[in-house]
Design a protein. Structure first.
Length: 160
């Protein structure tokens, strides 16, 4: 079942690349007492993700924070090294937290997995964006296959 407005964010561990190596980040720590925008992408370095989705949140980071967002996080079913390299490639500094869900545990807990095994990509995340306040989902937009409307930064700005 897909996570819905009013649901709590599942308690799991994600990974983040740091200068000291991969670091565990608990969703409880990430979401507790904060307003968080989390967007999920099917894969780092993929065309729409690299050309539109991630750059849109970087461009709109100040506007999102001006509307009360404490943290903007990007999550993909990739490892922390890939997410770190993608962040570097995209010039990410502190605008967006790059999170890895290497085994799709969080993605499956959200009910947002996408099986792309037939395309040689394995299980990935659907393209989505959600807003959570103190660990409770207040908005979620999940894209239809091939679409890029409800999860882009401008759509999230419009609901804040």
């Amino acid at each position: 079942m897909t996570i819905q407005v009013g649901d709590s964010i599942p308690a799991v561990k994600l990974m983040q690349a740091t200068a000291e190596g991969p670091k565990e980040v608990s969703t409880e720590e990430l979401f507790k007492g904060k307003t968080v925008v989390l967007f999920g992408v099917p894969g780092a370095f993929t065309p729409t993700c690299s050309a539109k989705h991630l750059p849109g949140f970087v461009t709109q980071a100040e506007a999102l924070k001006a509307k009360g967002v404490d943290t903007i996080a990007c999550m993909s079913v990739n490892d922390a090294f890939v997410m770190g390299a993608w962040g570097k490639d995209q010039g990410i500094t502190d605008q967006v937290v790059m999170l890895a869900d290497g085994s799709a545990v969080f993605t499956k807990a959200l009910g947002l997995e996408l099986d792309l095994t037939a395309r040689g990509l394995g299980v990935r995340s659907q393209r989505f964006a959600l807003v959570a306040k103190d660990g409770k989902v207040t908005h979620i937009g999940v894209e239809a296959a091939g679409a890029f409307e409800v999860s882009k930064a401008e759509a999230i700005l419009a609901v804040l």
